[in-house]
Design a protein around this ligand. Structure first.
Ligand code: MG
Length: 365
């Protein structure tokens, strides 16, 4: 078989650069068609020099070109934010498989994306470590009763609510297990990231929200699990490195040694702990369940309000706990559109962002 042809949207970001580390070890397996970077031209040029894609694209323009390029066997969507959504839909309509690392695509428009994928016979293979784990565990989805998503708990797991309320940006960004972009690291501190992942899981695997459970697992070794109707639980384990889920998603259904650097040792890990999540301390998870169950544009509202609030926190305009209050307020005022079109989703996104920014001004000292 020839090489698998791949493009990366977001090659200069956290997932994108790690994907290129994976591809560096798999040069005999993959041919890179295109690399798209956000705004880091210097890094994109360096990547182009090293990996010799057919072309590169900087910024949002050009993403449609890549996603219409049927030379691609698979596209890794690793950009952050809503800019991934339209190009992903274009790729799906062109029958190109997707390795999906961009959460917003499913949180904003999961119903549309999954419907189109089904229609065009396209595989959406999750890169997010939890969903990648579930993807690896499932053999016969019709026999699965429940999805169990693990959460490391972030830097405030065993801190008090007061510690959280007074958390600095630096404390919120000090994630104990995963090294990621700033936005997702703050989401991990509030557990909103887990909330977004519940919504992702609902769309990817077609499970009701009541059948998707979250468990705290501080070591981040068990990346998620499923329970079959007979009580058997299958989990996927591995050292906490994004290289493994990235490589799985782009090489599926094959597996390669690739970048694997260390053999797994239960004895070295010694113990795996689990605990029930405290949704009173981390109420963002409750908001996500609520948004998911409400459906329609409510998850778009949750995502947009959260993102603006996280940016405001990173800018020092609000406190960490205000993120929850702000998202709750925006959700309480949102008039949901059920079965929205893509244009309606983008309108809601824009509208909520404006409202959120305005509302955040109340917090400014
Ligand atoms: Mg994750």
């Amino acid at each position: 078989m020839g090489k698998k042809r791949i493009s990366i949207i977001g090659s200069t970001g956290s997932i994108g650069t790690q994907a290129l580390e994976v591809l560096e070890k798999l040069q005999d397996k993959f041919e890179i068609i295109a690399l798209a970077g956000g705004h880091n031209k210097e890094l994109l040029d360096a990547q182009a020099k090293k990996f010799k894609p057919k072309y590169t694209v900087l910024g949002e323009q050009g993403l449609e070109k890549i996603c219409s390029d049927k030379e691609n066997d698979i596209i890794l969507v690793a950009c952050s934010g809503k800019i991934g959504l339209r190009p992903t839909l274009t790729a799906i309509k062109n029958g190109i498989n997707i390795a999906l690392a961009n959460k917003e695509t499913l949180v904003m428009a999961g119903d549309i994306v999954m419907r189109e994928a089904k229609k065009h016979g396209v595989k959406i293979i999750p890169v997010d470590s939890e969903h990648c784990a579930i993807h690896q565990c499932i053999k016969d989805i019709s026999q699965v009763d429940k999805l169990i998503i693990t959460a490391s708990g972030g830097p405030f797991l065993h801190k008090s609510v007061d510690d959280m309320k007074n958390a600095t940006v630096k404390e919120a960004l000090a994630h104990p297990k995963w090294h990621m972009g700033k936005k997702i690291t703050v989401d991990s501190a509030t557990l909103m990231n887990k909330g977004l992942e519940i919504i992702e899981a609902h769309h990817l695997f077609g499970f009701d929200y009541d059948d998707i459970e979250v468990v705290i697992h501080p070591q981040s070794i068990v990346h998620s699990a499923i329970e079959y109707k007979d009580g058997s639980v299958i989990a996927q384990l591995g050292l906490p490195s994004m290289h493994i889920p990235i490589q799985y998603a782009i090489s599926y259904p094959e597996r390669f040694e690739g970048i694997k650097s260390k053999s797994f040792s239960f004895a070295e890990i010694a113990r795996l702990d689990f605990e029930k999540p405290d949704f009173e301390k981390f109420p963002c998870v409750k908001l996500a369940y609520k948004a998911g169950k409400t459906g329609g544009t409510m998850t778009t509202c949750l995502n947009a309000a959260n993102e603006e609030a996280v940016f405001a926190f990173l800018d020092g305009k609000i406190k960490l706990y205000n993120i929850y209050e702000i998202v709750e307020k925006m959700m309480s005022e949102h008039k949901v559109i059920q079965n929205p079109t893509i244009d309606e989703i983008f309108e809601v996104d824009k509208d909520i962002r404006e409202k959120t920014k305005k509302f955040i001004k109340n917090y400014a000292k």
